[in-house]
Ligand binder design. Structure first.
Ligand code: APR
Length: 234
């Protein structure tokens, strides 16, 4: 296997599952009785802003009751100790990677801890409830919304992701079902680039066949073991 210098890691809801944050497509994958698709679209926001804002207010409030698990901590250790290139692309909107200490990180689907102005595009940190009609400090419009990428909207920081995958030797997918694009297609880009590809997941994901290797089990066990392995080979 070629020497590993630059790593791209994609994480999904499975990396936060053992912290107590429900995944989207598992047996318990309903939020307050809602399918994510019903409260994560521009149409839903237009049709019932109070429902959508409340949905994310509840998820934001729930962050106070959860903590990073061993998988988040292991990735933060890798971030600190890995001398080569590293980018953690998380699909999650929770803040557990940050709270564990990861810094080389981006949220492709947005973050609960941020509010977005639909009028001017300004972002601001958001901790408490964000009622519809909240005013933007930058432009004054009553247009703040959850800073979440809804289905049908453009994922964030794609240029940075394309560049990182274009330069990676190793692509690792952790705790994601491979159900949602473009993230589900990243393994294909990595393969085209000749990178090694590995999946760490509770069960085989939709794209499992595209990985050189699949390790099945809970992230809190697989991720620390993998990080120890990769750092030992550094
Ligand atoms: N350890 C490892 N993997 C786990 C664990 C665990 N403890 N628990 C669940 N998983 C795996 C499941 O097997 C599944 O493959 O995590 C994956 C979770 O899949 P989803 O619920 O579909 O979540 P995700 O892949 O992150 O969804 C992607 O879809 O709803 C949109 O924008 C939302 O970011 C989300 C995107």
């Amino acid at each position: 296997m070629r020497a590993t210098r630059n790593i791209v890691i994609l994480t999904g809801a499975g990396v936060s599952a053992e912290s107590g944050i429900a995944t989207f497509r598992g047996p318990g994958g309903l939020w307050e009785g809602h399918r994510v698709e019903d409260v994560c679209t521009p149409e839903a926001l237009r049709a019932d802003p109070a429902l959508v804002h409340r949905f994310y207010d509840l998820r934001r409030a729930a962050l106070a009751g959860v903590v990073p698990n061993a998988a988040h901590h292991a990735l933060a250790t890798l971030d600190r100790d890995w001398a080569g290139g590293l980018l953690i692309v998380t699909q999650n909107v929770d803040d557990l990677h940050e709270r564990a200490g990861a810094t080389r990180l981006l949220h492709i689907h947005g973050a609960l801890g941020s509010a977005l102005c639909a009028a001017c595009g300004a972002r601001a940190p958001q901790t408490g409830a964000l009622p519809p009609g909240s005013r933007c400090d930058s432009c004054g419009s009553a247009a703040l919304r959850p800073d979440i990428v809804f289905f049908g909207e453009i994922p964030y920081e794609m240029d940075r992701i394309v560049e990182a995958i274009g330069a990676c030797d190793l692509f690792v997918s952790i705790g994601t079902s491979g159900a949602v694009y473009p993230a589900a297609g990243f393994v294909e880009w990595a393969n085209d680039r000749g990178a090694a590809t590995i999946e760490l997941n509770l069960e085989r994901s939709a794209g499992s066949e595209q990985f050189d290797e699949s390790r099945l089990g809970p992230a809190s066990e697989l991720v620390p073991a993998w990080v120890a392995e990769i750092l030992a080979g550094q």
